[in-house]
Design a protein around this ligand. Structure first.
Ligand SMILES: [Cu+2]
Length: 151
């Protein structure tokens, strides 16, 4: 899985890319933006809720490749113990092995510009048995709030 950053100066976002043929002959690429304060639902976390979370399976060895397309950023999720610099022109790598399901949050932790505070990370860790179903449902058919999917 690769984490890319793009168009930061216009809209702060993370672009996530699943390389590993999660769906047959498919590479999944999507953008993840912060949900604006005015659009939050009750219970959503301000400055942390995204319109498209990253799904990851638990009990699975995961490789992250991280880069940037504009300035220095840092992909940091404290609950995972992970903080990796995103550097233009470089590909940084780290690995994850997640033991619990749930929703986890992080933020860019490099002072990257005026929108630094508005590029959160939201990760849904799900059971690997259901991971393919989640991704398939979410990216092929599902249009509602992914939080409503049971884990
Ligand atoms: Cu940043």
């Amino acid at each position: 899985m690769e984490i890319l950053y793009a168009n930061y100066l216009k809209n702060p976002l993370y672009t996530y890319l699943y390389h590993d043929h999660i769906l047959p002959e498919t590479t999944i690429k999507f953008d993840s933006y912060m949900v604006h304060e005015a659009e939050l639902n009750v219970g959503d976390l301000r400055l942390l809720k995204t319109d498209m979370p990253l799904f990851l399976p638990k009990n699975t060895h995961i490789r992250l490749l991280i880069t940037s397309s504009d300035v220095l950023h840092s992909w940091a999720v404290p609950a995972f113990g992970v903080k990796v610099d995103a550097v233009p022109g470089r590909l940084n790598q780290t690995s994850l092995y997640l033991k619990n399901t749930g929703t986890f949050y992080g933020q860019c932790s490099e002072l990257c510009g005026v929108n630094h505070a508005f590029m959160p990370i939201e990760v849904y860790v799900v059971n690997p048995v259901h991971f393919y179903n989640y991704v398939y449902i979410y990216f092929k058919n599902y249009t509602g709030d992914p939080a409503s999917l049971s884990r």
